[in-house]
Design a binder for this molecule. Structure first.
Ligand SMILES: Nc1ncnc2c1ncn2[C@@H]1O[C@H](COP(=O)(O)OP(=O)(O)O)[C@@H](O)[C@H]1O
Ligand SMILES: [Mg+2]
Length: 215
């Protein structure tokens, strides 16, 4: 199953969600994380360098790297992808139970191909009404029928409760019932590069609930 994290907005939690879900999935399943964002934030969490190496023309053994976690492999980011024209299918044909793709925050040929070739697109979004507008814009491109909105950085405030209510008016298969709370532990991830789900039971539960809605 290929699951992509995408939003045309940056800073909404694509990388954070990708890293935590991929790590959690790897506790049970053979998992591959593909970092297709040339900024390489997911690669950073696994101490992998971003290179210019034309990964679409390479053999799997040259581009797939192991991580410190037994069932989790990664294809680190490649700056050559800035000039992407076609050929994404090649790196998606690997023998893994789950492939998670960290996609860049652009709507271009690469992200359109990522969306087209995924079984599910998770669209992390900050809890405000304008995020829902962006989500609807992505939906209206009709690139894939399985796009699901995931609210991230949710607080226990009246405004966020209103946003949750608005989301619940969407068709049930278009959003995750569970959401990710705003948390310092999640925000601190870049300091020790450890997935937040390793460090805190409440956070682990939040991401597990998302995973249960997927699997
Ligand atoms: N649930 C959360 N609670 C607190 N901080 C978060 C949460 N999710 C993401 N962040 C922080 O928000 C920033 C953007 O997240 P990131 O995953 O890098 O977004 P994107 O990949 O969409 O650009 C990062 O500094 C990250 O640590
Ligand atoms: Mg990112």
């Amino acid at each position: 199953m290929i699951i992509s994290l995408f939003n045309s907005k940056g800073g909404v939690g694509k990388t954070t969600t990708c890293v935590n879900l991929a790590y959690l999935t790897s506790l049970k399943y053979k998992t591959l994380l593909i970092d297709l964002d040339t900024q390489g934030a997911s690669s950073y969490f696994f101490d992998k360098k971003v290179k210019k190496r034309n990964l679409l023309n390479k053999n799997p053994s040259e581009i797939i790297k192991s991580t410190q976690y037994p069932n989790l492999d990664i294809i680190p980011a490649d700056t050559k992808l800035e000039n992407y024209k076609n050929g994404l299918e090649k790196i998606l044909k690997h023998d893994y139970d789950f492939i998670f793709i960290d996609a860049p925050a652009n709507l271009n040929k690469l992200t359109r191909d990522i969306i087209k070739h995924s079984n599910m697109i998770i669209i992390p979004a900050l809890p405000n009404i304008l995020s829902l507008r962006t989500y609807n814009q992505i939906l209206s491109l009709k690139l894939n029928n399985n796009l699901k909105l995931l609210l991230n950085r949710v607080e226990n405030s009246e405004i966020h409760k209103k946003v949750i209510k608005a989301v619940m008016k969407l068709p049930k298969n278009q959003y995750f019932r569970n959401y990710i709370p705003k948390s310092n532990i999640i925000e601190e991830m870049p300091f020790d590069k450890k997935p937040a789900v390793m460090k805190n039971e409440k956070i682990k539960k939040a991401y597990m609930n998302i995973l249960r809605e997927i699997i």
